[in-house]
Design a protein around this ligand. Structure first.
Ligand code: URA
Length: 172
């Protein structure tokens, strides 16, 4: 039962202090959505709104992600949404290698439990983490690669789209 497996994983994470990001966090943002989703989105890490609410992608970038999900005929509850790290990095900086090393195994297990056919990697940290590469996002985006039994589609992060209108078309 994927819902029960996700609950057990959340319990295992507990009040996590495995990396330094715990020092500045308000809430752990575990991820949410359909435990059997065929489509998952993986972002970078919680921002301010997510840190306060405990839910992924609820701020300005999150509202744009919700519109993207709706535009392909789905609701947020139909997909699974999580991040490479579950605690907000200070000033929204990129997650650091030691933080990804501490949190990444939990993301991988979430994705194993949910078992999506397609994972959309939102931005460079998610794409590089999921594909185990250091290639730039501009080179990775737009084509599927296989990873752990799923097809991974890297694309630009919605926060980037808010600053660069012209990147919306390639994401679409
Ligand atoms: N940006 C992310 O990468 N993840 C969130 O949950 C919110 C903003």
């Amino acid at each position: 039962d994927p819902a029960a497996a996700l609950s057990a994983l959340r319990a295992e994470i507990g009040d996590c202090t495995r990396c330094k990001l715990h020092e500045g966090r308000t809430k752990i943002v575990f991820g949410e959505g359909d435990p059997r989703a065929a489509l998952a989105f993986v972002g970078e890490g919680p921002g301010r709104d997510e840190d306060l609410s405990g839910s992924p992608f609820v701020g300005a970038a999150g509202q744009l992600l919700t519109k993207i999900v709706n535009a392909i005929g789905l609701e947020r509850r139909d997909v699974f949404i999580c991040n490479v790290v579950k605690c907000r990095p200070p000033k929204n900086r990129d997650p650091e290698p030691d933080e990804i090393a501490a949190c990444g195994p939990f993301v991988r297990r979430q994705l194993e439990i949910v078992g999506p056919r397609v994972i959309v990697a939102l931005g460079r940290p998610a794409a590089q983490f999921l594909l185990g590469t250091s290639e730039p996002i501009g080179a990775l985006r737009g084509s599927f690669r296989e990873s752990g039994g799923a097809l991974v589609m890297p694309t630009f992060h919605p926060a980037y789209l808010l600053r660069n209108e012209s990147a919306k078309r390639p994401v679409w």
